[in-house]
Design a protein around this ligand. Structure first.
Ligand SMILES: [Zn+2]
Length: 701
């Protein structure tokens, strides 16, 4: 394992500055653009290493000065001073992290992998400095007169330091440093392998006829310079084209290419990394006094305890699997009928047939298929007349496109967001198309976070992976892509409407983070919003009411599948993080462990055809930011479904509802007791029933 590189920082710094010539490194100064919007046009890859290293050095000097202060600790000279430290480092790290997600390249990958352990060491150097804990501890015990937000920040800092190991003896702290360094390096390596794996798994088809089921325009968009057709994969088990490829062998090939990623013993194999991750996390949790890593993680979440999450999963898993099994029977019947009608032999449905026949079944049962909706879901119209419109009706926000700010890719759009009083509220970047340099999935990020301490307003990003149409063709979304656009924008709203003083209180527990974004999905099918955006991209005609009613009437269609694939992944994430060090499987047993867990909990292939949404080797959430926290989507959905019910009873899309959401959810970050605020708003604790109803699940079967 590569060791810490601190002694070598200086030569690297000099060499890189020299190579960059007389030019100023734009990362070293705060951006001069509005709201601190990044200078994407000036930043070069070679700027990152010197800026990160300068940032770490400066951050350390700032912290060291705070700790050398002979005066007794006060909130201002310690807590607030710490909040003010590390700005250059934070800004640069955030920038590198953002660009590595949206537009990665070998230079950025190498840099992240090289610097990740150094940055972990930097964090530990501060968190494990005994002077720091002594100062914060003394301040907490002195019970200074503070306002609620300040008290909360002080307590959070104290807790964070304890959780980082500040109270451990030196030998255990040393081991923690080693673990953190190795974990950081492996994280970058895992991401690189997953991205390479998904790109390398692309299929190249020579026979156009094999693509039957797709439109001519879509097939043309897949065409490569050499005449072959490329099917790029997404980083989920399911692949969008499985819904429509009529050629069964190609479906099988695509599905198998997807689930094989990361476990084939090639350069992109991640099983050894996964096993090592689990071992290091288990060891870290043990050092900090927890039974497992999941116990450690959940302590800071609203769910609080492993047993709470396990109990919820145990309750829901059989219901979801039973529902999926019913769906499977219906799909098999349909497949049999179609084979009989065509005079072809019947076959037992396989996992790669599920999406295809569920689309057909939807057409039979509900009278429409997803393709009929797409002409009414043109991207820019859904965005401006749907997503933005709902935000205007709820929060009085208005939006104006800006063309004068630099972007890191020509597909990125920038919008200025205005508060009801006409003042600038935020800047919003929309980066909606898939490309090989972008990681999979959809996510929101923040380039600049709101804080009153620094007088800063938010600059936020919204990232989707919509396949780009051939030049000159409109971007027509699927229903699910339109839903994702509303979802990610819900995260953006959470950042853009934030109104807190201290950046250290901006964040919320992870199992709450998905809540505002999930609530925002409700406006996709809210009648007045829907009528506003769902227009035919050529004629401008509204989507026929009858078609909309069919969509809404389909309600819980295929929800057994969706819930099961999600719960399968959630279960894997929990089980991997509920292991003691001795129980962690060796690399060669990683896939066997996965199979055993799924089988034991009723998710095995002989129970349903539904594989987890992510299998272990490409489960980026599990290895990255959602470790032991993938259940968060479920947890947040309980809050979401309860809130949607409340909104429906309290006026729906209105400024009045918007104000409540803003006051109790979107503006407060983690500066208040979020669950108490939730209960004040909806008048109850989160309820299970609205969730079950929405998912078509019944606990009795
Ligand atoms: Zn989300």
């Amino acid at each position: 394992m590569r060791k810490l590189l601190l002694p070598f920082l200086l030569p690297v710094l000099l060499a890189t500055s020299f190579a960059a010539g007389a030019r100023d490194n734009p990362l070293l100064q705060p951006s001069s653009l509005p709201l601190g919007y990044p200078h994407f046009d000036q930043i070069q890859d070679a700027d990152f290493a010197p800026a990160l290293q300068a940032g770490m050095a400066l951050h350390w000097r700032e912290v060291d000065n705070i700790l050398r202060n002979p005066a007794a600790p006060t909130f201002e000279n310690t807590v607030e001073a710490l909040e003010r430290a590390g700005r250059l480092l934070g800004r640069t790290q955030n920038m590198l992290g953002s660009l590595s997600g949206t537009d990665n390249n070998p230079a950025r990958q190498a840099l992240q992998q090289r610097l990740a352990p150094e940055m972990a060491a930097h964090r530990d150097r501060i968190a494990l400095d005994p002077r720091l804990f002594a100062r914060i501890d003394a301040l907490l015990k002195a019970k200074p007169k503070l306002d609620a937000e300040q008290q909360r920040l002080l307590e959070r800092m104290h807790r964070n330091l304890r959780r980082a190991g500040a109270e451990l003896p030196l030998d255990k702290q040393q081991r923690l440093r080693e673990i953190n360094s190795e974990l950081a390096q492996m994280g970058a390596e895992f991401n690189r392998k997953v991205l390479a794996g998904v790109n390398d798994a692309a299929l190249f088809i020579t026979d156009r006829a094999a693509l039957t089921g797709l439109s001519d325009a879509e097939i043309d968009a897949l065409k490569q310079a050499d005449g072959r057709f490329q099917i790029a994969l997404q980083n989920t088990t399911g692949q969008p084209l499985l819904h429509r490829l009529q050629h069964r062998p190609l479906r099988e090939q695509l599905y198998k290419a997807s689930i094989a990623r990361g476990s084939q013993g090639d350069a992109n194999d991640t099983t050894a990394l996964v096993s090592r991750f689990a071992a290091l996390r288990a060891e870290r949790a043990a050092l900090l006094g927890f039974a497992t890593y999941a116990d450690f993680e959940l302590q800071e979440q609203t769910a609080k305890e492993v047993k709470t999450v396990n109990a919820l999963l145990r309750q829901l898993a059989p219901a979801a699997v039973a529902s999926a099994r019913k769906e499977q029977v219906a799909l098999q019947q349909l497949a049999d009928q179609e084979q009989d009608a065509a005079g072809q032999p019947r076959f037992a449905l396989q996992a790669w047939d599920w999406d295809f026949y569920s689309e057909r079944l939807r057409a039979v049962q509900h009278g429409y298929d997803g393709e009929q909706l797409r002409p009414y879901l043109e991207l820019q119209t859904v965005l401006e007349r749907g997503v933005f419109h709902a935000a205007t009706e709820l929060f009085g926000l208005t939006f104006k496109r800006r063309h004068d700010l630099p972007v890191y890719h020509p597909d990125v759009q920038v919008w200025e967001v205005f508060a009801p009083n006409g003042k600038t509220q935020a800047l919003l970047l929309l980066d909606l198309y898939a490309r090989p340099s972008k990681r999979g999935g959809a996510w929101a990020n923040g380039y600049v976070r709101q804080s009153r301490l620094f007088g800063e307003k938010p600059v936020v990003g919204n990232h989707l992976n919509i396949p780009k149409p051939a030049p000159g063709q409109p971007t027509l979304l699927t229903w699910s892509e339109a839903n994702t656009l509303f979802h990610e924008f819900g995260h953006n709203l959470h950042s853009m409407l934030s109104d807190i003083r201290y950046p250290g209180l901006a964040g919320t527990p992870r199992d709450y983070v998905e809540y505002p974004s999930q609530v925002n999905e409700m406006w996709l099918s809210w009648p007045s919003v829907f009528k506003h955006y769902a227009r035919h991209h050529q004629t401008g005609a509204p989507m026929p009411e009858a078609l909309l009613n069919k969509v809404l009437g389909a309600g819980t269609f295929n929800q057994g599948f969706a819930t099961t694939e999600y719960l399968g992944a959630t279960l894997l994430d929990q089980r991997w993080h509920q292991l003691s060090l001795a129980e962690v499987p060796k690399p060669e047993m990683v896939m066997a462990f996965e199979a055993r867990v799924l089988q034991q909990e009723g998710f095995g292939p002989d129970q349903t055809l539904v594989a987890p949404r992510y299998r272990t080797p490409y489960f980026s959430h599990m290895v990255g930011g959602y470790s032991a926290g993938y259940y968060s989507y479920l947890w947040s959905e309980l809050l979401d479904a309860t809130t949607v019910e409340w909104i429906e009873k309290n006026g729906g899309l209105s400024r009045q509802v918007g104000e409540q959401l803003k006051r109790h959810v979107l503006s407060i970050g983690g500066s208040k007791d979020i669950m108490a605020e939730f209960e004040t708003m909806v008048g109850s604790k989160p309820k299970l029933e609205p969730y079950l109803k929405r998912r078509g699940l019944s606990l009795s079967n």
